[in-house]
Design a protein around this ligand. Structure first.
Ligand SMILES: [Zn+2]
Length: 539
C-alpha cells in the first residue's frame, strides 16, 4: 500500500520524518566551513541554521541527534581578503600554510582561523544554536583521520579511477591522492606523493600553485597525526566516515554533475564503505541582489546582524523559506521592515490574537516557535512595530531609550502599563536596533528630521494652506485616534476640492521639509497635536 501523502507545515519536519525512516540510533547533523574570512549570514543558512532546525524537529519527534560544526582550519591560506585593514605584505609569506598556522589579522586571537571562528562562536549562543565545534586541524593532529588516510592509500588506484570517471579528471593511475605536509616549508598544496610502500610515503615539494611555490624539498614520512591531509573531495566523505554523519546540506554549486557531492557519495560507498548522509542542496542568500562572499569588505556576519535586528528575525527568515529557495533580501528597503512585520504577525497568530486559515495558522505558529532563542513566553510579548520604532527614535532624537519606552506607553503605541523584565528588554532592544538600522542601512525616504518652524521657502497653494489651517483647528478641538485622524485628512481634502495626496505632501513639507514621510496620522499623534497645529498655522 502506498504511504498516505503528508502535508508538512514546515520543511524541517519533512526532513526529520525522512531521517526517522532510516532507523538510525542517533542522527549526526553537519555543517562545514573554512575560516578564511567572515562567516556571513548566507553561510549561516547552510552550515548552522538548516541543521539546527532539523535537530529541533527531530527532538520534537523524540529522535536523538547531535549537531556538529566542522571548522576546516587545516585548509590552505590561499587568499588575503579585502576589508580587513591589515598590511597585506605582512601576510603574504603565509600563503599556502594551514589557516590555523597563520597569525590572526586582529590582535588577541591565536591564529587567522581562530579570529574568524571566535567571531561566530560569540554569536551562535545569541542565536540559541549550540553545535559541537570540531576543528579539522586538531582532528588530523589527534589522528582522527589516520584510518581514512590509510584506506585511501591502500585503495589509491580505485580512488583515482572513481575520481576520473565522475569528475572527468585526467589523473594518472599511479597518482597517490593524498597531500603530505612538507617537513621543510609546512605546505601541503605544493607537495606530491611519489610512492607508498605500505609504511612510508615519499614526496617532493616541487609543485607550484597560484598562491604558493614548492620549496624543492624531498622527503619520506610515516603518515599519521596530521602530517598528511586529504584533498577536499576525499576530506569531505572521510569526515562522514569519522563522525557517522547522517544529514548535511551544502551550497547547490557542490551538487553540479561531477562535483564534490557526486564524488563524495561514490567515495563513501566504494572506498570508505559507508552509507553517505542525506544531503539537500541549499540555495543562495542574496543581499542587495548580490551573492555574499566571505572575503568582501561589506559582508554581514551574525554579529553584524545583531546590531540592527533581533536574532529571531534571521531565524524566522531561514525557517520561512525552503532551503531550495533563493532568499533575496535587502537591508536598504522595505524588505527588511516587511520581515519584521511578518515576524510580529506570526507572533500574534501564535498567541491567538490574529486568525488565518487553518494551514496558514499552523505554519506561522511553527515558524514562530522555531525562531525563538529564549523559549516561548506564556503570554504574548509586548510588540513595537519596527516602522513605529524607526519613527519614534527620529521624532525624539535626544531621549534615552527608557524615556522613549515611557513615551510609547503614554502615546498608546504599547498597550501595557507595567512591563515585565522580558518585555522591557524586548522593547528597549527594538528601539536601539531601530536607531542602528537608521544609521547604517535605512534608505533616505525613511529618514527625517522634524522641523522647529515651517520651512521659509515652502511653496503651497491656497487650498493646501487652507487644508492645513483647518486640520490645525481640528487638532486643537478634538481627540483623535489613528483611524479617525486619517479619515479627517480625507474629509477636509474632499470639502476643499483638494487631492488627498497633495494634502499629505503639503503636510510633510511643513513638518519635515520633505515630500514624503512616515504614515501621517500616527506620526502626528506621536509628535503631539499641539506642536503640529502650531507648525501648520505658520504657513
Ligand atoms: Zn616545501
Amino acid at each position: 500500500m502506498e504511504k498516505p501523502k503528508i502535508d508538512y507545515y514546515v520543511w524541517a519536519d519533512k526532513v526529520a520524518d525522512q531521517l526517522r525512516e532510516k532507523n538510525t540510533k542517533k542522527h549526526v547533523l553537519h555543517g562545514m566551513w573554512t575560516p578564511s574570512g567572515y562567516f556571513h549570514i548566507g553561510n549561516s543558512r547552510v552550515e548552522l541554521m538548516i541543521p539546527h532546525f532539523v535537530q529541533r524537529s527531530l527532538e520534537n519527534i523524540g529522535i536523538k541527534s547531535e549537531q556538529n560544526f566542522i571548522v576546516d582550519d587545516f585548509d590552505d591560506f590561499d587568499k588575503i581578503p579585502e576589508g580587513l585593514h591589515i598590511k597585506k605584505e605582512k601576510f603574504e609569506h603565509y600563503l599556502g600554510k594551514p589557516l590555523r598556522e597563520v597569525p590572526s589579522p586582529v590582535e588577541g586571537h591565536d591564529s587567522w582561523a581562530d579570529f574568524f571562528k571566535n567571531d561566530i562562536i560569540s554569536a551562535m549562543e545569541k542565536f540559541g544554536i549550540n553545535p559541537s565545534i570540531k576543528s579539522s586541524y586538531e582532528s588530523y593532529k589527534k589522528g582522527l583521520y589516520d584510518k581514512a588516510i590509510k584506506i585511501v592509500l591502500e585503495n589509491s588506484q580505485k580512488v583515482v579511477q572513481i575520481w576520473n570517471d565522475i569528475a572527468k579528471g585526467s589523473k594518472q593511475e599511479s597518482q597517490i591522492p593524498v597531500m603530505p605536509l612538507c617537513e621543510n616549508c609546512g605546505k601541503s598544496s605544493t607537495t606530491e606523493a611519489v610512492s607508498w610502500d605500505g609504511r612510508e610515503l615519499e614526496y617532493s615539494c616541487t609543485s607550484h600553485r597560484k598562491y604558493a611555490k614548492g620549496c624543492g624539498h624531498k622527503g619520506k614520512l610515516k603518515p599519521g597525526n596530521g602530517n598528511v591531509k586529504l584533498p577536499w573531495r576525499l576530506h569531505w566523505p572521510a569526515t562522514w566516515f569519522i563522525y557517522s554523519t547522517t544529514f548535511e546540506t551544502a551550497g547547490k554549486d557542490h551538487f553540479a554533475a561531477g562535483g564534490s557531492v557526486d564524488t563524495g557519495r561514490a567515495f563513501a560507498k566504494d572506498i570508505f564503505e559507508i552509507e553517505p548522509p542525506m544531503q539537500i542542496p541549499s540555495e543562495f542568500l542574496l543581499v542587495d541582489n548580490k551573492k555574499l562572499s566571505g572575503s568582501a569588505g561589506d559582508v554581514i556576519s551574525l554579529n553584524n546582524w545583531l546590531e540592527f535586528a533581533e536574532p529571531e528575525l534571521l531565524k524566522f527568515m531561514m525557517i520561512f523559506y525552503q532551503p531550495q529557495t533563493v532568499i533575496d533580501f535587502d537591508l536598504h528597503s522595505n524588505k527588511f521592515l516587511l520581515l519584521a512585520d511578518r515576524y510580529d504577525e506570526a507572533e500574534k497568530v501564535y498567541y491567538g490574537n490574529e486568525n488565518k486559515d487553518e494551514k496558514r495558522e499552523e505554519q506561522l505558529k511553527k515558524y514562530y516557535a522555531y525562531s525563538q532563542v529564549k523559549g516561548l513566553q506564556e503570554k504574548m510579548p509586548v510588540q513595537l512595530n519596527f516602522s513605529i520604532a524607526v519613527m519614534v527614535v527620529q521624532v525624539f532624537p535626544e531621549q534615552s531609550l527608557s524615556e522613549l519606552a515611557e513615551i510609547l506607553s503614554s502615546k498608546g503605541w504599547i498597550h501595557t502599563k507595567t512591563l515585565t523584565h522580558y518585555n522591557k528588554e524586548k522593547l528597549l532592544r527594538r528601539l536601539e536596533l531601530a536607531k542602528n538600522w537608521l544609521k547604517k542601512y535605512a534608505p533616505d525616504d525613511v529618514k527625517f528630521e522634524v522641523q522647529h518652524h515651517a520651512p521659509k521657502d515652502i511653496e503651497l497653494s491656497a487650498k493646501e494652506k487652507k487644508a492645513l489651517h483647518t486640520i490645525a483647528n481640528l487638532l486643537k478641538e478634538k481627540d483623535y485616534d489613528e483611524k479617525s485622524l486619517f479619515n479627517e485628512f480625507y474629509n477636509v481634502s474632499k470639502e476643499l476640492g483638494l487631492n488627498p495626496p497633495d494634502f499629505f505632501k503639503a503636510a510633510y513639507k511643513v513638518l519635515l521639509n520633505k515630500e514624503r514621510g512616515p504614515k501621517l496620522a500616527p506620526f502626528i499623534l506621536t509628535l503631539g497635536k499641539e506642536k503640529v497645529a502650531k507648525l501648520f498655522e505658520e504657513v
